[in-house]
Design a protein around this ligand. Sequence first.
Ligand code: ADP
Ligand code: MG
Length: 941
Amino acid sequence: MLQIQSISKQYKTGDFIQKALDNVSLNLRDNEFVAILGPSGSGKTTLLNIIGGLDRYDSGDLVINGTSTKQYKDRDWDSYRNHTIGFVFQSYNLIPHQTILSNVELALTISGIPRSRRRQRARKALKQVGLGAHINKKPNQLSGGQMQRVAIARALVNDPDIVLADEPTGALDSGTSVQIMNLLKEVAKDRLVVMVTHNPELAHEYATRIVELRDGVIRSDANPYEPSAAEVKPAVHRTMGRASMSFATSLALSFNNLKTKKGRTLLTSFAGSIGIIGIALILSVSTGVNAYIDNIQRDTMTAYPITIDSQTFDMTSIMGAQAGGRDNESSSGKTDGIYPDDRSIKQTASLTSSITKNNLTDFKKYLDNPKSEIRQYIGGAGIQYSYDVKFSVFDHDPDGTLVNADGVTIGAASSSSMASKMSSMGPSASMSDVTSMQMSMLTGKTDTNAAPDSFHEIMPGANDSRLISKVVTDNYRVVRGAWPTAKDEVVLVLDDDNKVPLTTLYELGLLKASDYTTMMNDIDAGNKITTPTAKINYDTALNQTLYMIPASDQYVKGEDGNYTYIGDNADEISSRLDSATKLKIVGVVKPIQDASATPLAAGVGYTRALTDDLIEHADASAIVTDQKVNKTRNVLNGLTFSPSDDATKAADAKTYVASLGVSDKANMAKALAQTMQAATAQGQAGATAGTAGATGAAGAQNMAAMDEQQLAASLDQYIATASQDALVAIYDQYVSTGTYDDNLAAFGVVSRDAPSTINIYTDSFENKDHISQAITDYNKTVDKADRIVYTDYVGLMMSSVTTIINVISYVLIAFVSVSLVVSSIMIGIITYISVLERTKEIGILRAMGASKRNVSQVFNAETGIVGLTAGLIGIGVTLLLIIPGNMLLHHLIGTNDVNAYLPVQGAVILVILSVILTLIGGLIPSKKAAKQDPATALRTE
Ligand code: ADP
Ligand code: MG
């Protein structure tokens, strides 16, 4: 029994108040067919909506089977609609994009009934209304009458106690109307049917009771029902339980929904995906550009590592002095006289003062400490320590002449000429070569006993056990043979034009040494020179044998226990070639096209294995062992290293003279005599001059007539009788003992703790800056003398580039952010519109008993799916667009190095983003839609 007790309902539109129902009371039997008649606007729909729980009454009470609905909450109403009520509307209100089977199933879906039972019951209901054959049709494929029958089937499928029909025949012709009325009459057999109509004939013919409504007031009732006191118990509140739909169901429902309107979904998704495409494209380009920039940085930093030499001079301070000079001084604006320009002098001063020795031993300790700040910035190529291993290489030229690859033999004619030195460096000289050259120019010092200039160690792997760094193998290709794999294997390095400096070729014996001598003489004489340009076969190079003799093996122990250097003695060297290490040229390599770094100078490359071997060899050699046994006595001449007392000096002077050969003695005798003459002439009757009387002033005059033998004898005679002071004077002038450390260095002893050069590789300019900072920090912690000075070439070259790169990065980030914001808004709007457009559907769902939550769930699931599709379409389209995009990019930029690509991570994030954005975009309208009064929603067209 349904009791409507004094229900009033009014609508407020602005200031206007419309009384739709005015104190309506009506009792309805459990089983009757009630027709409500009345003109338009009399409140029929309002009454029906209130009975059906679609609309709320303002006052009064609706009592359902003794249950007051005064305290009903939303979910009680939802459940009430779902379980107790079946709605039939004038405009059918079928969901157009679903099959009629799905339309009928809807109420069951909302109640959370399993699919198979849903199907079965929906079919049964459809059969009941005579549409068993049309279940897979869409509503627009049916006639009006058929659609209304579907609506009735839908109303019946839940087997409700009450069926409410709002002008069910209003849009139908009379014939069809009769069919529908018959159907409703059938339905009314075992339940309450309340039908609104303004067709009195039909009402009178079919209904069992007619209620007339006018201006919100009941005017007549054909068959009033006054329940007995026993039937009317005081109304109590009872909850109805809830209509439940799981999230999975709503997802499936949405998915079905979307499936039935593929075109629309795709269109919406595509619209949403445009934003994603925008972001994805910009992300791809920026990823490509960033990768390119990173590559350039890594390549640059591999080509120009931070190089710290054991002896260095600070280019930065010199360049600073140069740059600072003019602006500051000339701007003093003095025009009243002559002023000295001291810039070049200052520059020279800064050159001299900027030469420093670096304590690489301590610095290496710092670098090797895993806890050091600097370690985190080291790049893939790592830190490379170079050691000054000392060896000589000899070979035979095509004529069979023994050639010293140090350039000593062949370069004898002009070994001092800078031209020869420069030419041997070749065009691909590394930065450190330049530095060392500048060093020798400045200091006038050259390391006479070092590895040949054309021999370079090949950069070894950093963290792996590779003999040759990946940087090298990646940037060079083997044109013949292979990379070396052992200590006695070397490669010939060509430049990218297949060239090797001419001097190097001479030094390696690949060209005739005599030609080189002629050529150098011609240069010195200012004659026109001809240089050989003919091809040398790869195999000629591969067949050349290089004899390597370590520095320590270039000394021979004499009978007196002293060692003699034989490295410059061709005969001695020749006799040792058989026992020398034979370096095999196993390959010819050259830089690949577009090599990013060319760490190998043209010439011969040997491996770290040879360096290691040489270090061990020197340590184990006899001369080094002998020198180490007695650290105060020079094994080369038997003299004491820097003696402090005159007696030792005098004794050493004697030993020294005794060790000399006849010609050396003769020369020394001549030189001494001259010195003495000069001293005498100036009237300095010193000790030296006095004793000089032994050989005598007369003797000095005779000297010219003496032969070498006699001169030597006279020197011996003089030494034998010379005073200690005279001997000390001779010692100071002629004897240089060197130092213990100099000796060991000359023999090729290298401490692993004291590299000659440290190359620190990084992968980016930023890390390079961090490393510079770390070194600055390191310098603060150590003594002044131990501070590390180096030239930051990359810093000098790249400071503006770094700024540009930063600007580019920020611009790209800005682009991505802007496109992100724009597309978020776009996706939001599209979702909003698509939800708004379905207000009616929401109304239908609500009428079926879907709760607000159900509705927003369905819509959220749907927007989620749309978002996912949008994301996937966006990624797919982007991937396709990138292909022509890259072509265009390559064409525009003119390089293939910039490749836009979408990182997987970015793609995943974008899809998730798309889902989230559409969800957010849909959330607000779906919330709004769900909140919408179902009655209003249904009135929406
Ligand atoms: P009927 O179905 O008998 O034609 P209704 O119940 O639809 O009449 O409407 C009754 C009165 O309430 C009408 O005057 C109508 O204009 C008004 N009305 C109905 N719904 C609303 C609404 N949502 N807002 C304002 N006025 C409304
Ligand atoms: Mg109406």
